[in-house]
Design a protein around this ligand. Sequence first.
Ligand SMILES: *[C@@H]1O[C@H](CO)[C@@H](O)[C@H](O)[C@H]1NC(C)=O
Ligand SMILES: *[C@@H]1O[C@H](CO)[C@@H](O)[C@H](O)[C@H]1NC(C)=O
Ligand SMILES: *[C@@H]1O[C@H](CO)[C@@H](O)[C@H](O)[C@H]1NC(C)=O
Ligand SMILES: *[C@@H]1O[C@H](CO)[C@@H](O)[C@H](O)[C@H]1NC(C)=O
Length: 366
Amino acid sequence: MPAGSAWCQPALLLLLSCVPLRAAEISCRNEDGETVDWFALYKLPKHAKGQIPLLGLEYLYMDALTPQWQLGKYLINMSQGALGQTLQQLYETYESKAKMCVSLQRNTTAYAIYNDEIPESDSKGSKCGHTKGFLLLDKSQGFWVIHSVPLFPPNPEDGYGYPSTGESFGQTAICITFKYDQFTEIDQQMLSYNPGIYSCSIPDIFQADLPNLQKLCAKSRLPSPPLCHLSKLQSAQGETFLHFAKSHLFIDDIYVAWMAQELKTDLLAESWQRSGEKLYSNCSLDYHVYNINTIGMPLNSTFHSINDHSKWAVSRKYKDQWTCIGDLNRAAEQAWRSGGFICTQNEQIYKAFRHLIIHYESCTSA
Ligand SMILES: *[C@@H]1O[C@H](CO)[C@@H](O)[C@H](O)[C@H]1NC(C)=O
Ligand SMILES: *[C@@H]1O[C@H](CO)[C@@H](O)[C@H](O)[C@H]1NC(C)=O
Ligand SMILES: *[C@@H]1O[C@H](CO)[C@@H](O)[C@H](O)[C@H]1NC(C)=O
Ligand SMILES: *[C@@H]1O[C@H](CO)[C@@H](O)[C@H](O)[C@H]1NC(C)=O
């Protein structure tokens, strides 16, 4: 052996020990820890009638490999669930005790976690967007999760957890895996979104491609945002998504004033109706928006929308097939908040959500 190998070898071993962490690509993960192109989940409210036990932690789950609702194998507070498995990739990168691996990965991995209601903080971010989500990527690919749960997820150093405040009501989440180039589009959306980021790392190698996320992460000044911006995104497996982002200066109901008209479809909308001034079903413009008021889950369980904090909408007509999952409620005050929706015409996602609707309010009932 040549001289020098004595100190080289431990270094080499250390490098090799990094390999398992790097082997799998950053991706949405299902409940078995396998990579999936996308998943959607719907946490049930505590107050539902039916056969599913009601801890407020059970959820319906579907993904690209199993594209119809099934009851989650775990409770939403367990790290084995899809949200926990997906976040685990962030914890591995930023928590691992193998310091050398961490510093290598830290320089090549970017993440941001945002919410208008931040864990372990008293302040409600009314200046930032009414948006909740997180993303993790390297220069190859990554994922983006959009969800409705306040105070979630915990700071990465605290590991996985689910807040008790998120138990009572229904909640939705969608995760999509994207190749790296799509994150420059997502970065553009962040300009209108103005998310309340509470944990992040956007290393310098991302500066050119993710300038807005980097500024948001550094809490430095952003360029002035477009009123609203529509982005066409493609998942790693080629599924098309449309992302609507509105800034706080687009002062209108995103469902009626923009999404329904842009998608040219009547929408049935499910959103939190308990705070602020409720907006009724609206048939004023070409395409109408109706408020859903009763949801029926598989396994014969039903609940009223008043117990639902999730935010989603589907085409009223089956032929249109749009599903949108996002950030904003149909409440008058939300016109002044930034946020958005991610929409798809994936047939299975549409069927899964559309079939949940038992009743919606006609326009005349207002
Ligand atoms: C999840 O919540 C249930 C019900 O409150 C509790 O019994 C269980 O210990 C929790 N699990 C975790 C991992 O927090
Ligand atoms: C990682 O970043 C640190 C400082 O940000 C730098 O000193 C170090 O050389 C970088 N490591 C690699 C492998 O790029
Ligand atoms: C319906 O929504 C549009 C766009 O927000 C609004 O201008 C209009 O006043 C609403 N109509 C009713 C009857 O609320
Ligand atoms: C569904 O629930 C309703 C009311 O709780 C009950 O009357 C009905 O028998 C149930 N149906 C099935 C198939 O379990």
